[in-house]
Design a protein around this ligand. Structure first.
Ligand code: PGA
Length: 229
């Protein structure tokens, strides 16, 4: 049974980057890192790279495999979709759902996210729900309250993603408080230009991070992990 409880969760979101060979090199470096019990690292590659990541993480402690999305449907005739059933055997523990890039480029709606949460939970995967800050209540309302309790929520201001314009820490604290009012007492991650120089500061107000750009270089990501845990 997967659980959404931990001290700090750090997610490496590679997005659509990396070849199999690059993923292999990254994992070769990362597998020497000792992640303390105070934290959990989840690496979320694109689907074709799952076997590479799974193989390397098998011998690591507190490091897990995740995905960047999941189908809104269960297994069936949905060409192009990756269902939770397709993920069986890859040790996937977490799935990011509702990332702003999914909402923007693939038109994912709050209702889609609710269906993805359902698919995750049926299949023992912890959903990391990226919320649209302007639709907090609407997103929470779309997810049944007994399911909300098992989610991790991520606050990633769109302007802060991939821009180097990380959000002020006070703003992040305030938004995390608002999220807990609406979603209940769930872990809340911050994402948006997290890097080795700002990770320690955010670690004071967030239950962890989604790291995009700074996760592409393994040494930079290792530094984020060290500064956080
Ligand atoms: P970033 O991406 O770290 O490059 O800002 C974070 C994300 O989009 O999850």
């Amino acid at each position: 049974m997967q659980t959404n409880s931990f001290t700090k969760l750090i997610v490496a979101n590679w997005k659509s980057n990396k070849t199999a060979q690059e993923a292999d090199h990254w994992m070769d470096e990362f597998k020497h890192v000792r992640v303390p019990d105070s934290g959990r690292v989840v690496i979320t590659p694109s689907f074709p790279l799952l076997p590479t990541v799974q193989l390397a993480t098998q011998t690591m402690k507190n490091v897990a495999v995740g995905t960047q999305t999941i189908s809104t449907f269960s297994a069936g005739s949905y060409t192009g979709a990756v269902s939770a059933r397709n993920l069986l055997g890859f040790d996937v523990t977490h799935a990011i759902v509702g990332h702003s890039e999914q909402r923007r480029y693939f038109h994912t709606t709050n209702q889609d996210v609710a269906r993805q949460v359902d698919q995750c939970l049926i299949n023992d995967i912890v959903p990391i729900v990226c919320i649209d800050e302007n639709e907090l209540a609407r997103q929470a309302d779309a997810i049944p309250s007994d399911q909300l309790r098992s989610c991790v929520v991520a606050y990633e201001p769109v302007d802060a993603i991939g821009s180097g314009n990380n959000a002020p820490v006070d703003e992040v604290r305030e938004m995390h408080d608002r999220i807990r009012v609406v979603f209940g007492n769930v872990p809340v991650l911050y994402g948006g230009s997290v890097n080795p120089s700002n990770a320690a500061e955010y670690a004071l107000v967030a239950d962890g991070f989604i790291v995009g750009t700074a996760s592409l270089d393994v040494h930079e990501f290792i530094e984020v992990v060290k500064k956080t845990l």
